[in-house]
Design a protein around this ligand. Structure first.
Ligand code: 13P
Length: 318
């Protein structure tokens, strides 16, 4: 079943009134707390509407490292708020819904990583930011979907333990001479998308271009014109001449793609492209976070210090 971006983004009168009231209350609290609202591209439409800064994981990590506000409200998932706190420990980082985790990040434990490191002592560990602070602390360098190839090529070792996303790892392996040791993790949302979904969509929209997130399976990426991070998709859409673009990523991307490119049509090739935890953050939860200063995300200092080295190295790879 296909879904067209923008079709479900029309709140009724009552919802519009509620959103306007909450937006005002949140703005007042933001001022009081001297807070900045960082919002990932997959968040609900109404959360995107109140963002100070929106972006992909890389852009938001940079924004978190650079902000001069006292409080960072992170509208995303746990690993993103953790990275913000690691990079900027003097700030208070709030995650509006503390249960908003990332199943992919939970697929790698530091104990398992240590075992693999023992088996391959000559390998560097590159951890995708969708990982726990402990895994980052055990890594040489982090990467995001936007810079994974550059990061892997930047390390001196020829052999890389790539943790935890096997699909992104395979994609990187196809773009480097280095040997990539894959971890069996995957994003439940992106991994659901299959080549058959794209092919069916292409039948209906033969002139459409296809963009996909590198967390998708190889069979999907092989059919894509470009494999891109979420912010990469926005830049691609802006520069593309195609009137219709098939988008292989979480459905939340549709709102911003359509808002910034109103004359283009964006098709999501499956109804399954919904990340439940990204959708947990509501206006009520953001309001509650700022009013009650919850839920603060902090990493113990020893882990933070080590994870910060891996994250900072990543930010230094241009
Ligand atoms: P981006 O870094 O491309 O925004 O991706 C984040 C993510 O968690 C994808 O599932």
């Amino acid at each position: 079943m296909l879904r067209t971006a923008g079709k479900n983004s029309h709140p009724d009168e009552a919802e519009r009134k509620y959103r306007a009231e909450m937006t005002e209350k949140i703005a007042a609290l933001k001022e009081k707390r001297n807070a900045v609202l960082l919002v990932h591209n997959y968040q609900r439409d109404e959360i995107q509407d109140i963002a100070d800064i929106m972006g992909d994981s890389l852009g938001l990590a940079r924004a978190a490292a650079e902000t001069d506000k006292d409080v960072i409200v992170f509208c995303g998932v746990v690993f993103m708020a953790e990275s913000a706190s690691i990079l900027n420990p003097r700030k208070t980082v709030l995650l509006p819904v503390k249960e908003a985790g990332c199943p992919l990040a939970d697929m790698a434990t530091v104990e398992e990583l240590r075992k693999i490191k023992e088996r391959f002592p000559d390998a560097a560990v590159v951890s995708y930011v969708n990982s726990s602070a402990l895994v980052k602390a055990e890594s040489d360098i982090c990467c995001t979907s936007a810079n994974a190839i550059k990061v892997v090529n930047s390390v001196k070792e020829d052999r890389i333990i790539f943790v935890p996303d096997r699909n992104l790892g395979r994609y990187v392996a196809g773009h480097t001479d280095k040997e990539i040791i894959l971890w069996p993790g995957y994003c439940e949302t992106h991994d659901r998308l299959r080549a058959a979904d794209i092919l069916e969509c292409k039948k209906k929209y033969p002139d459409a271009e296809v963009i996909a997130h590198p967390e998708c399976r190889t069979e999907v990426l092989e059919l894509a014109d470009a494999a891109l991070s979420t912010s990469g998709m926005l830049r691609y859409a802006e520069g593309s001449k195609a009137g219709t673009i098939i988008v292989g990523t979480e459905i939340g991307m549709g709102y911003r793609l359509k808002r910034e490119n109103p004359d283009k049509t964006f098709i999501f090739p499956s109804e399954c492209l919904i990340c439940e935890t990204m959708k947990m953050t509501t206006l009520d939860a953001v309001h509650n976070a700022l009013e009650n200063m919850v839920h603060e995300i902090r990493v113990d200092e020893e882990t933070r210090r080590k994870a910060n080295i891996a994250l900072t190295r990543m930010l230094e790879v241009v």
